[in-house]
Design a protein. Structure first.
Length: 470
């Protein structure tokens, strides 16, 4: 699942509160802290933007459900879905944000047929994937699972299969349920009705504890995320106790005046320091953009990375965490799903539907090796959103194989172009924009034995390169 990146940092306006240490910082020190702070904070602020739209702002077109409730989408993503970039259009989502301050939340799942893949991804406010429920992780049986916040000290009640520990007081839960074809949607809806999130007290049928204090969540949108970046970061940090690997960066940010739960006083800085903050943020943004472009390995023009994981996976590498968020926040661990990405031909030439037609051919017996299923999804190269097209087809995936046509040698060719390749080939047509394009291959529950894409970029299976049609 992917969300809008924060781009083009112009100015940072803060609220009025004096800082204790900023006056002692040289412009060079100020720039260095702002640069590192931007890289550290980017995923946290991006996550807040999604949480605000999904769970706080009921007037938002992207609002899903209040905290501790689920919203199940009885459809896959379309071009109308704009809150997240590179949206998955394979699996209908059920999503929600959990407020873990007063008590734990219990997630319940029904029994699901073994032939249908599903996953429940737990991703906290630090964008750490701290746990999975689902076909790969826990099997297809029904069960109850408990999610606890960083300060929880209680016992595990009977009936709970596993406890998951969030590093932040607010956390996202993302359900993905495989859809075999459009006619399968009623079956998916039935499964979604069996998904449930509820406070522990409700699960135990006991009186609820005292409610957590009400919060005035600061409004956010793309522009405010740029102009008030450190204010939003400071707001979120109050709900995220510092891990041992965070103490150094938190201390540096405090010197600049960025402290958990306190507004950042940009106006109190000297003119030189203000300029240094803006310069540092721009430098941080450039580093993240370059990291995204150079991440992973280039295999036949596809970038294959291993960008997402838990706290131990990132281990204080803030640039690694920021590139994961910028490339696509809420991405899965590679064991759950691996994502080859491309905007170019193998020789580096940009893919552009206004200039050429393309093909992608999987040799016979060399389809993506997965335990669940695979897909290739088309996005606009600039916005990374799904694009409108005449047949409302945004991807080609393995459940569509029975309706597709193979070549005489058993290979499978996808036709990637803005116009129909003709009735005889239309079953294999992946419509492209009349502009630059961006392709994402998704391998759900990739196989671990050869041929395999794992470890990402090092595996024995390689995605074939895209070819410009003659």
């Amino acid at each position: 699942m992917r969300t809008k990146a924060i781009t083009s940092v112009a100015l940072v306006f803060g609220l009025a509160l004096t800082t204790a240490y900023a006056a002692d910082l040289t412009p060079a020190e100020t720039k260095a802290i702002a640069e590192e702070g931007f890289i550290y904070g980017l995923p946290i602020v991006m996550n807040y933007g999604v949480m605000y739209e999904y769970a706080v702002d009921k007037k938002s077109s992207q609002f899903k459900a209040p905290f501790n409730q689920l919203n199940s989408m009885h459809r896959v993503a379309t071009p109308e879905d704009t809150a997240v970039v590179t949206p998955n259009s394979d699996t209908p989502y059920s999503v929600g944000f959990m407020d873990l301050r007063a008590e734990p939340i219990v997630i319940s799942v029904p029994a699901i047929e073994k032939s249908r893949y599903y996953s429940v991804q737990l991703c906290d406010g630090n964008t750490f994937n701290y746990g999975y429920i689902g076909t790969r992780a826990t099997g297809s049986e029904a069960g109850h699972y408990m999610v606890v916040g960083p300060n929880w000290k209680g016992a595990t009640p009977p009936g709970i299969k596993k406890v998951f520990n969030s590093s932040t007081q607010f956390s996202m839960v993302i359900f993905r349920t495989q859809l075999f074809n459009p006619e399968d949607m009623p079956n998916v809806i039935k499964i979604q009705k069996g998904y449930k999130t509820q406070p522990l007290s409700a699960f135990l049928k006991q009186p609820a504890p005292s409610a957590a204090p009400a919060i005035k969540f600061p409004k956010i949108n793309k522009e405010l995320a740029k102009t008030g970046f450190f204010d939003y970061l400071a707001f979120q940090l109050q709900f995220a106790p510092a891990g041992s690997e965070e103490k150094a960066i938190r201390e540096k940010l405090a010197r600049l005046g960025v402290e958990a739960g306190k507004p950042f006083d940009f106006k109190a800085l000297s003119p030189e320091q203000k300029a240094a903050v803006v310069e540092g943020m721009k430098a941080g943004e450039t580093k993240v953009t370059e990291a995204v472009s150079n991440a992973g390995k280039d295999i036949n023009g596809w970038r294959i990375t291993d960008p997402d994981g838990d706290r131990a996976f990132f281990n204080g590498d803030w640039l690694k965490r920021a590139l994961a968020a910028q490339a696509g926040i809420y991405g899965n661990d590679s064991a759950e799903a691996t994502y080859p990405l491309t905007k170019t031909l193998p020789d580096g030439e940009p893919l552009d539907g206004s200039k050429a037609n393309y093909t992608l051919t999987f040799p016979a017996g060399q389809l993506p090796p997965v335990n669940a299923f695979w897909s290739v999804t088309m996005y606009d190269g600039k916005s990374q959103l799904l694009i409108k097209n005449p047949i409302n087809r945004y991807l080609i995936n393995s459940p569509m194989l029975p309706d597709m046509k193979t070549n005489a040698d058993g290979s499978l060719t996808l036709y990637i172009q803005k116009d129909s390749p003709g009735a005889a080939k239309e079953a294999n047509w992946l419509p492209a924009p009349n502009d630059t394009l961006y392709l994402v291959m998704r391998l759900y529950w990739p196989k671990t034995k050869a041929p395999s894409i794992l470890p990402p970029g090092e595996g024995t299976w390689k995605p074939p390169g895209i070819v410009k049609a003659k």
